[in-house]
Write a protein of this length. Structure first.
Length: 161
C-alpha cells in the first residue's frame, strides 16, 4: 500500500511540473532555466540549497520531457498533459483507478494558480468528424493510438486527412 501511495505522489508531482509553465518554476526564478526550459546554469555548478531543491533529478527529468513533448507538436499544454496521462495509464494499468483523482487534483491546482482558463484557450476549437474510438479520454481530450504512439485528438485528426 505504501508503494502505491508513493507512486501516486510521484505521479502527481510529475503531472504538476508538466502543466506548470517554465517561467512559473522555482528554477526559472533562480535563473537556472529560461522561459523555454533551456538550462542556463548546469546542475554541477549549483551550490545554494534552495537552488538545489528547485532543480532536482525529478525537475530535470520533467523539464526534458516537457521540451521533448513540445517538439513533438502535441498542441497545447493540456493536450500534452492528456497524452502524458494516457501514456502513463497505458504503461501502468494500476493508475487507471486513480485517473479521476489525478485529473481533479491537477485541475484544482491549475485553477489555484489561475492557469486553467489559459490552458483551455490554448486548445482552441473542438475536433469533429473523428469516428474512431479513443483509447482514453484525459482532461476532456480524446487520446488515440497510432502505431505504438499515443496522440491527442488534433494530431490524430491530421493523420486521417
Amino acid at each position: 500500500m505504501a508503494s502505491r501511495a508513493v507512486d501516486l505522489l510521484i505521479t502527481y508531482r510529475i503531472m504538476k511540473l508538466l502543466v506548470t509553465p517554465f517561467d512559473k518554476q522555482e528554477a526559472f526564478k533562480y535563473g537556472i532555466i529560461d522561459k523555454q526550459g533551456k538550462v542556463l546554469k548546469p546542475f554541477r555548478t549549483i551550490t545554494d540549497t534552495k537552488e538545489n531543491q528547485s532543480y532536482t533529478i525529478l525537475h530535470r527529468f520533467v523539464f526534458n520531457l516537457k521540451r521533448i513533448l513540445q517538439k513533438a507538436g502535441l498542441g497545447g499544454r493540456l493536450g500534452t498533459f492528456a497524452v502524458a496521462l494516457a501514456t502513463l495509464i497505458r504503461e501502468h494499468k494500476e493508475f487507471e483507478q486513480h485517473q479521476k483523482l489525478i485529473e481533479s487534483t491537477v485541475i484544482k491546482y491549475l485553477k489555484e494558480q489561475k492557469l486553467y482558463e489559459e490552458l483551455l484557450q490554448e486548445e482552441g476549437e473542438i475536433v469533429e468528424n473523428v469516428s474512431d474510438e479513443p483509447i482514453n479520454r484525459c482532461f476532456g481530450i480524446d487520446c488515440y493510438q497510432i502505431d505504438n504512439k499515443i496522440v491527442e485528438e488534433k494530431e490524430y485528426a491530421k493523420s486521417k486527412i
